[in-house]
Design a protein. Structure first.
Length: 438
């Protein structure tokens, strides 16, 4: 077995974290580039100009009129079925886009921000609103975190998800203010009090959503009185709420740590690594600079700690590496079923806290299901490069196809007896620690 060079291995690791897996050919194309330059070029590119993105346009959704109080069960059933169909089409679109794009970093970051500002269609039940939020995460997710955070505070799907549209001066609802501070910007109990939550809820009163998912501030529902939030007093609204919360030193620390644990390693980073990440994030709250800092940090390059890939990364990585077709509705519905069974279906995080991470994805039941689904996936995969290799070279060939530069002795011992069967070899390779973690 051949082992790739240290620069190749380092580049492969960076590409896996910045996307959904990486083939050997993709690593070869990037290995001579300076990592910072490669990442900055990728992050500043227009995500919608990517040929794969243009080939997978977002479906157009017609607003489904809610049935009246006197509607029959049949009418309600049709209404729910139409909404389910639209949400299914939305999920299928995003999976196709993830698989099709040539530069996946924007889709990877959209997924990470979707997990950070977790919003579920299980309650929102509106494909138009969920699609609009998804696009905001994509277009704003490489710029000023403040702009992204404010967009989420005033986003139709988020307001529906966290009851923001029912938050009025007469009946303040604390959900959005609490979750914004606890999960999106500061961390649980990190520098704020219950009084701050109540005052924050007052600042966020008055936002309403019309039938076209347009969000507007209704002055009659907004509380204009003075409020004191995190030591700042004034006639505060949503903009001031966002700026005050993000202005706390705890916010930069929290956002940097959350992003490090999604991109860098499941284990918490060192104090010095967080300090470097916060410095890159800077006063302008640059998310792209933060991503570059994490993926080029010495601690990232040398760490033994890994990220356990969630089901979406695992599955889309395999689809991309093995050219598994996603052309038909049946193809995509099958993948949706796989992700639903593995517990990570896009647009359906289990709670406002997002999906679990790390070893939570490594249960025995999940391992058995992944093995079964990998076997099914490989039946439609392009294994020609692996099959064309001489049997003695097939471990290297499957490693190259999946962007793995070296096998551990343990994995090699399991894979070696399977060299005569490329399909079985690939199935097991997709379930090795080298592919499941990075």
């Amino acid at each position: 077995m051949a082992t790739q060079s240290a620069p190749w291995m380092s580049t492969a690791r960076m590409l896996r974290r910045a996307g959904f897996g990486a083939t050997g050919a993709e690593v070869d194309a990037a290995v001579g580039s300076r990592a910072q330059d490669y990442l900055r070029a990728a992050l500043t590119a227009d995500p919608d100009a990517d040929p794969g993105a243009r080939a997978t346009p977002l479906p157009t959704f017609t607003k489904v009129a809610a049935p009246g109080k006197q509607a029959t069960p049949e009418v309600r059933k049709r209404y729910n079925a139409e909404r389910n169909d639209q949400l299914g089409a939305l999920t299928a679109w995003w999976l196709r886009r993830m698989a099709a794009v040539q530069q996946p970093i924007h889709e990877k970051l959209t997924l990470l921000w979707h997990n950070h500002f977790a919003t579920s269609a299980s309650k929102v039940r509106d494909a138009t609103a969920m699609a609009a939020q998804n696009q905001k995460l994509r277009t704003l997710g490489t710029g000023d975190f403040g702009a992204l955070a404010y967009a989420m505070l005033t986003d139709a799907a988020m307001l529906k998800w966290l009851d923001g549209a029912s938050n009025s001066a007469k009946a303040p609802n604390e959900n959005l203010a609490r979750e914004f501070m606890e999960l999106f910007a500061l961390g649980h109990g990190n520098g704020y009090t219950e009084t701050d939550v109540r005052e924050g809820a007052r600042a966020l009163t008055g936002w309403t959503i019309d039938g076209s998912d347009e969000v507007t501030l209704n002055p009659k529902r907004h509380d204009p009185g003075p409020k004191t939030l995190l030591g700042v007093t004034g006639s505060l609204g949503a903009r001031e709420f966002c700026d005050i919360v993000l202005g706390r030193a705890e916010s930069a620390q929290y956002v940097a740590q959350r992003m490090w644990q999604q991109l860098g390693a499941d284990a918490p980073p060192s104090r010095s690594a967080i300090d470097r990440t916060v410095a890159a994030y800077g006063p302008d709250r640059g998310t792209a600079s933060m991503v570059v800092a994490i993926l080029t940090d010495d601690e990232f390059a040398t760490a033994r700690d890994t990220v356990v890939h969630g089901p979406v990364e695992w599955l889309i990585g395999a689809v991309r590496a093995l050219a598994v077709p996603m052309d038909s509705e049946t193809d995509v519905k099958k993948l949706i079923g796989v992700l639903r069974n593995l517990g990570q279906l896009p647009f359906y995080p289990p709670s406002v806290g997002g999906w679990p991470h790390g070893q939570a994805w490594m249960s025995t039941a999940a391992a058995q299901f992944r093995l079964l689904e990998a076997s099914s996936l490989v039946k439609n995969a392009d294994l020609s490069h692996i099959s064309a290799a001489a049997p003695m070279d097939r471990l290297d060939a499957v490693g190259y196809q999946l962007g793995i530069g070296a096998w551990s002795d343990r994995s090699a011992a399991v894979l070696m007896p399977l060299r005569a069967d490329p399909a079985r070899l690939t199935t097991i390779a997709l379930n090795t620690p080298e592919y499941l973690t990075s």
